[in-house]
Structure formats: C-alpha cells, structure tokens
Design a protein around this ligand. Structure first.
Ligand SMILES: Nc1ncnc2c1ncn2[C@@H]1O[C@H](COP(=O)(O)OP(=O)(O)OC[C@H]2O[C@@H]([n+]3cccc(C(=O)O)c3)[C@H](O)[C@@H]2O)[C@@H](O)[C@H]1O
Ligand SMILES: Nc1ncnc2c1ncn2[C@@H]1O[C@H](COP(=O)(O)OP(=O)(O)OP(=O)(O)O)[C@@H](O)[C@H]1O
Ligand SMILES: NC(=O)CC[C@H](N)C(=O)O
Length: 565
C-alpha cells in the first residue's frame, strides 16, 4: 500500500446548460493538478450544472451530456490521474452518476442511491435510483463512492463500504445553502467518519443557480472525526489533500466496532495501479464565515451568479432612502462593482426632503450613477385620464406602479436587471404592490425578514459606513401618502417576524403561536394576510434562498385555499 495518496477536491462553479464551458473547466482543473494528484473529484452533476430541472426530460440535452462526457474521456488520454465527474448518465434509464475516468476510458460508473424529493429537490421526477456500490482500489487504498444525499443516511452505502474495508469515503455534492445548514452538515459528516472509522471527502459545488446558492466549504474529516481540510466558502477552490490509508487500518485494529455489523449493499471493486509518486500536502483549513457575514456573502454570490450567467450589463434599483433599497444597493455594488449599478430616485409629492438627502448621500458614498425622475406629472396625468378626485389605496399603489414602469423602461432599453427590494416580511403578508415595487427581475432580499435586513445593513456599515445613519433611525414608510408608516398597517416588525418565523419556518398553528404568548387577534390577522398574499407570491420575481423554507420551490401553497386555521 502507498504511504499516502493525493485526492484533489475540485470545488468549481458550473453553469446549467453550458455543457461545453463546463467540460472545458473540468479539463482545465484536471490538467492543472494532474502531476500532483492521484484522483481529481468534481461535484455532483458538474457537467450539466445543478439543478438542470426539466432539461433532464429532453433527449437532445442528455445526448449532449453524453457527447461532452465522451469528449472529456477522450481528452483524459494525456492525464495520469483518475477523474471522478458528476453527470446525468443514461444507461437504459436516467441516473444521477459519478463517472470514473482513467487514461482515455470510462472505468466504471456509480449511480446515486438516495434521490432527494423534498424541499427544493425533485430528483425522483428525473432519475432512477442506483443499487450498487463502487469501490476503487488504488494501489491498495480502498475508496468508496457516493453522491450527496447518500451520505445523509447513517446506514447507507457508506456503511457497506466501511465493512468492506474502505479507507476513504468520497461523496460528491450539489448541496444548496441555507443559514445554519453548514454546521448541521459538518456535525453529521464527522459522525460518518467516526462511525465508519475512515476519512470522509465531501466535495461541494459553489456559486449560484436561480434561487439557489452553493457555499462550497468542501471538507475532509479524518477517522477520529476532526476536520482535516476545508476549502474556501462561496468561492471556487481546488484543494489537494494527502491521505494515509494506514491510519485507517491501524485505527480499525484498536476500534473493532465494525466487526459486529452486516453489509446491506452489493459492491463492486475496481483495481487501479498507478506508478506515480506525488508530494505530500499539509492540509489547509479555510475559514468558515458565520452569522451576518455568511448570509451577506451568500446574497452576493447568488446575485452575482444570476446577473453574470444571464448576461446583464448593469443592475438598476429604485432608491427611496429606505433601508431595503439602501441594503440592496450595497449588495449590488459589492457583488457586481459600482460601475455596474444604477440608482433611480423617483420622488412624488409625498417624498420627504430627508429621503432625498439620504438617497443622494448613499449614491455618493457608493459611487454609483444616480438618475432622478419625479413622478408627479405622470401621477396627475393618470388620475386625469381616470377622472378621479378622491385618494384611495389604488392611488397609493399607482405611484409604485409608475415607478416600476420607469425602471422596466430602463431595463428594456439598456439591458439592465431590475432589482426588486421587497423583503420576506413584506412578501409574507403582501405589504407590497403587485406590478409595483414588487416587480423586478430578481429580488435579492426576498428571503430576508425585515429585522434581519437591519442586522445585515449594520454588518455592511461596519465594513464601510455607506448607508446614512438616519436610514436606520427613521420609521419605515412607503411614502405613498402623507405621514404613512409601515406600522399603520403591520404589527411592529420584531413581533411580525416572530409570528412569521413560527408559522412559515416552523409550521406552528395559530393556536400554538398564541400559546407562545402572542396576542390572538394579531396572530390571526398575520396568518390571514399570509394566506391572502399567496397570489402575489406566485407572481413574484425569484430571489435567493437563505432560510430553511423560502418562498420558492420550498413553498408550494395553493392560492385558492379555504383551509381555516
Ligand atoms: N386571489 C387573488 N387573485 C388575483 N388577484 C387578486 C387576488 N386577491 C386580490 N387580488 C387583486 O390584487 C390587487 C390588490 O393588490 P395590490 O395592488 O398589490 O394592492 P394591496 O395589496 O391592496 O395594497 C398594497 C399594500 O402594500 C403597501 N405597500 C405598497 C408599496 C410599497 C410598500 C412598502 O412599504 O415597501 C408597501 C401599500 O401601502 C398597501 O397597503 C387587487 O386588484 C385585487 O383584485
Ligand atoms: N421615491 C422613490 N424613488 C425611487 N424608488 C422608490 C421611491 N419610493 C419607493 N421606491 C421603490 O419602492 C420600494 C419600496 O418602497 P419603500 O418606500 O417601502 O422603500 P424601502 O427601501 O423598502 O424602505 P422602507 O420600507 O424601509 O421605508 C423601494 O425600496 C424602492 O425600490
Ligand atoms: N443534491 C442533493 O442530493 C442534495 C440533498 C442534500 N440533502 C443536501 O441538501 O445537501
């Protein structure tokens, strides 16, 4: 057995549908590490991008996946290292697979066993489940393969691998981010390593795809359950790690728990001889961000991926002088660069002088281009045409709709992405105008409750104080009529967000929320607003998933719904 073998965790970002580009990137990374590594491992479905959704129901797409896979196989003739590539794989039926490639040929294929079909995942819609394990025996070191969800089960294929004497479990992933998930994953991956008395190599995807963000943070856990190596968070990273299989063998002589267990899966082993000596790499453990820093970085990653992959040249934001649009502007500048962000101030008769000053100060601090388009004359003209004298909610909303028209004119004319500024509290209760301020191409704060908007804005200002202090201090107002504040219509945001979190994230009933000490009428009203706003949410722009239950694929509520709490 070799003293050590090197495995490279290729934590890359690929793009759904751009198979040629994805294949090119895979080959470039492989080429760069080929001399110094025995095995190069790419994320789940790296070749197609993740999730390819209903593209997987197109035969032409699957054929192109196969063609690009064969291109990679052919190009690998010049490589010495083994490559493990995640790809859709058609073989009599469609599988989510890890293809093992060596020296110009496909050595074997592992098909994912556990297909997630909850939350944002629909894998049973597309794939057939695999039922056979794959072990690579590289110069005597045994390496067992699995894909993402497989390792979420303590008695899954990894347990069978351990019983077959595997030293290293390699698990490839496209694991979407939500706040708190990394700590949970780290804990159970440590348990897998400890229980199976071997190394765990967890290779994750990074980047963004529509509402999903992938945080990277690929991990290696050693047989004692300690973090041995970690790749960067929210960035591409190629991490080569040296493993000593003998450490596993020695540990299993002292800790004999595996002898008492029985295997569940059929496993095939593939021997690989490689006369190649690689340098020993001291493991690198990158920092893992937490709290507001982590969420802010996730938002930047998601926004940048959406903007870049959909080929926008600038992002445009209606700046009101409020906290939501101010934070959205900071995010856009941090994710895209100040030259790619345009602010638009659209005052009406109800806009305060303070709002104007705050918008000017923010734009100047951020160094972004700012346009001013007053909307009074348009508003008057609309009312004239409509022949109305009184002032109702419809007139409030009309102002928001005029602003949306102007923003989409700029978007349409210059190819700019309109960033909607709605936050999760507003989207939950429908406190936003449909086809008005709710309209946009992308809504970065869609899954951020208002109380968290403030925390993120504080965090952002702690790096550089771009948001004027007054924006934090003034009561939130839509400024659609004189003296309006959000709190005329909504409960205070800390109370609202507590009720919403219990109802949406934790699934508590009205009665259970009231038992937690909240006023029955307020809880009733909030839940009713959430239900009535379903039609708005169904038409809302996509935004970045940050919580465990975002208003995207995780939330599939009926619009017509007569269920009474
Ligand atoms: N189930 C359903 N299916 C299809 N359409 C449905 C519907 N229920 C109502 N509708 C229609 O929806 C329309 C009402 O919705 P919409 O026009 O949005 O108006 P609405 O929800 O009545 O009012 C919007 C609220 O958001 C506030 N707002 C607006 C802008 C910004 C902010 C802020 O602070 O950021 C707050 C504003 O002050 C007001 O309280 C009506 O035309 C109604 O017929
Ligand atoms: N005067 C304005 N000029 C430009 N855009 C505006 C203006 N008023 C509102 N908007 C747009 O509509 C969105 C919702 O309006 P709102 O006044 O609620 O602002 P906000 O940024 O959400 O701040 P807050 O709710 O904290 O007052 C804003 O974020 C902004 O994009
Ligand atoms: N692609 C997958 O199998 C992802 C499922 C897994 N539970 C995760 O969220 O990481």
């Amino acid at each position: 057995m070799e003293d050590h073998i090197n495995i490279t965790l290729a934590q890359i970002e690929t793009t759904v549908g751009d198979l040629e580009l994805n294949a090119k990137k895979i080959l470039e990374v492989w080429d760069a590490v080929d001399e110094n590594s025995h095995i190069v491992v790419f994320p789940e479905l790296a070749l197609s991008g993740y999730p390819p959704e209903d593209m997987l129901l197109r035969w032409d797409f699957l054929q192109e996946c196969r063609r690009q896979l064969e291109f990679i196989v052919n190009a690998s003739k010049k490589f010495k290292a083994v490559g493990i590539i995640g790809t859709p794989f058609y073989d009599g039926d469609l599988y989510n697979s890890a293809v093992v490639i060596k020296g110009g040929r496909m050595l074997c294929v592992y098909h994912k066993h556990f297909l997630p079909n909850y939350s944002v995942f629909d894998e049973k819609r597309y794939f057939k489940k695999g039922d056979e394990g794959v072990i690579l025996e590289l110069n005597g070191a045994k390496i067992g393969l699995s894909i993402c969800e497989d390792i979420w089960y303590p008695d899954g294929v990894e347990r069978t691998y351990a019983l077959a004497g595997v030293h290293i479990l390699v698990n490839i992933n496209a694991s979407p981010y939500h706040a708190g998930k990394y700590a949970y994953k780290e804990a159970f991956l440590k348990a897998r390593a400890e229980d199976n008395l071997c190394y765990v190599v967890y290779v994750n995807m990074v980047g963004g795809q529509d509402e999903l963000v992938f945080d990277g943070r690929s991990l290696v856990i050693d047989p004692t359950g300690l973090i041995y190596a970690r790749a960067k968070a929210f960035e591409e990273d190629v991490l080569t790690v040296s493993f000593e299989p003998k450490k596993v063998s020695r540990k299993r002589l002292l800790d004999v728990r595996l002898r008492e267990q029985k295997a569940h899966y059929h496993v095939i082993s593939y021997p690989i001889e490689m006369s190649k000596r690689c340098p020993f790499y001291t493991p690198r453990v990158e920092k893992s961000p937490q709290g507001e820093e982590e969420i802010y970085t996730a938002l930047k990653t998601g926004l940048k991926a959406y903007f870049t992959k959909n080929h926008f040249n600038k992002a445009v934001i209606g700046l009101s002088g409020g906290i939501d649009s101010s934070l959205t502007a900071c995010l856009a500048v941090d994710a895209l660069g100040k030259d790619k962000v345009v602010g638009v101030f659209m005052p009406s008769a109800f806009t305060s002088q303070e709002s104007k000053e705050d918008v000017l100060e923010l734009a100047e601090n951020l160094g972004i281009e700012l346009y001013e388009f007053p909307i009074d004359s348009i508003f008057k003209k609309f009312r004239e045409v409509l022949k109305v004298d009184d002032f109702s909610v419809a007139d409030e909303n009309l102002q928001a709709r005029i602003r949306a028209n102007l923003l989409f004119y700029l978007s349409n004319k210059y190819g700019w992405l309109v960033l909607a500024t709605s936050n999760k509290s507003e989207v939950s209760v429908g406190y936003t105008t449909i086809y008005g301020d709710m309209a946009g191409g992308f809504a970065p704060l869609k899954d951020i409750y208002k109380t968290l908007v403030y925390k993120l804005a504080f965090y952002r200002n702690s790096i550089k104080e771009d948001i004027p202090r007054r924006v934090f201090e003034k009561p939130p107002s839509a400024e659609l009529r004189h003296g309006q504040t959000d709190q005329d219509t909504l409960p205070p945001y800390d109370l609202l967000d507590r009720i919403l979190t219990l109802y949406i994230e934790e699934g508590l009933s009205q009665e259970e929320i009231v038992k937690k000490g909240m006023d029955v009428q307020t809880v009733k009203r909030v839940i009713n607003m959430v239900k009535l706003a379903e039609y708005k949410r169904r038409q809302a722009p996509v935004g970045i998933k940050i919580t465990q239950r975002a208003f995207g694929k995780d939330w599939r509520m009926p619009i017509t719904n007569l269920w009474r709490e």
